[in-house]
Ligand binder design. Structure first.
Ligand SMILES: NC(=O)c1ccc[n+]([C@@H]2O[C@H](COP(=O)([O-])OP(=O)(O)OC[C@H]3O[C@@H](n4cnc5c(N)ncnc54)[C@H](O)[C@@H]3O)[C@@H](O)[C@H]2O)c1
Length: 262
């Protein structure tokens, strides 16, 4: 998407981390941005240090009524949203699937997957009607392969975001709307703290073990949109598990049917 022609970006989970990095990278290019977040304090803090090109609105991405209200509030000031960034998310809960707590599994799916669906169903038809625009969904490397124990709910939610993005790309392309899916590697954000804040479980010692500066991740996301990339990555040395996964799938095709079954 040519960002010089973008009018208004709406970013869920935009008060912190990667979402805020994307907001800054867009504002730098002259795009008006609404950051939407469940954390009022973080919203206020983000807005105090930024000018009028950025506005904030409270939103729990699980709640479709709140999405409708947030959209109305945002568009009243900055006009039609033509760039939607579904970024809000919480961290893995550190539980093996056999030991998982249904409420924790549902919380992760509710925010990371249903939150993205809710964004698409709130804004998608209007963006499509504009005949131009972009939708960026933030998934994870964990959506490209899930060999890691104790990330089952998180990986499932992120696979779903990638799948939804693939379909959305096909559906939106005839209307001049592009779609991309960001699959970050480690980014040094407040993800564990923000997950705990809304009642989410965490892996023991759940701190980010380092990673990329979120401002750099935000800039990478925006450059990916400008370049028209569907997959936007931030870590480029994590291809082995993905290769293994595809090779195993292709090998399954190569087996072919047993002669007595066809
Ligand atoms: N940090 C990483 O290493 C990493 C890696 C891969 C993917 N991601 C993904 O990137 C996205 C952004 O995460 P981040 O690392 O910047 O974390 P972050 O915690 O800094 O930012 C996430 C924001 O989402 C908000 N949020 C959480 N639940 C919400 C809800 N129900 N409604 C509205 N807002 C909500 C939080 O308040 C926070 O401001 C997430 O989807 C995460 O899964 C992060």
């Amino acid at each position: 998407m040519q960002l010089s022609s973008a009018n208004h970006a709406f970013i869920s989970g935009g008060a912190s981390g990667i979402g805020l990095g994307i907001a800054d990278a867009l504002a730098k290019r002259g795009v008006r941005v609404t950051i939407a977040d469940i954390n009022a304090e973080a919203l206020a803090e983000a807005l105090t240090t930024r000018g009028n090109a950025l506005r904030g609105v409270l939103l729990d991405v699980r709640n479709r009524d709140q999405w409708a209200m947030a959209k109305a509030k945002a568009e009243e000031v900055f006009g039609p949203v033509d760039l939607l960034v579904n970024n809000a998310g919480i961290a893995p809960d550190g539980l093996e699937l056999a030991d998982s707590q249904p409420e924790s599994f549902e919380r992760i799916i509710g925010i990371n997957m249903m939150g993205v669906y809710n964004g698409v169903v709130t804004f998608g038809a209007d963006i499509r009607a504009l005949g131009h625009g972009h939708i960026l969904n933030v998934a994870s490397m964990a959506g490209l392969s899930s060999e890691r124990a104790t990330s089952g709910a998180y990986s499932a939610s992120k696979y779903a975001v990638i799948s939804l993005s693939e379909t959305l790309r096909v559906e939106m392309a005839p209307h001049g709307v592009s779609v991309s899916v960001m699959c970050p590697g480690l980014v040094m954000t407040n993800l564990p703290e923000n997950t705990a804040r809304i009642g989410g479980n965490l892996r023991p010692g759940g701190k980010m073990p380092g990673g990329l500066d979120p401002a750099v991740a935000g800039e990478m996301a925006v450059r990916g949109i400008e370049r028209g990339n569907f997959y936007i990555l931030t870590a480029f040395d994590r291809d082995e598990p993905i290769r293994r996964r595809f090779e195993e799938q292709l090998a399954a095709f190569a087996i072919g049917p047993d002669a007595d079954l066809v």
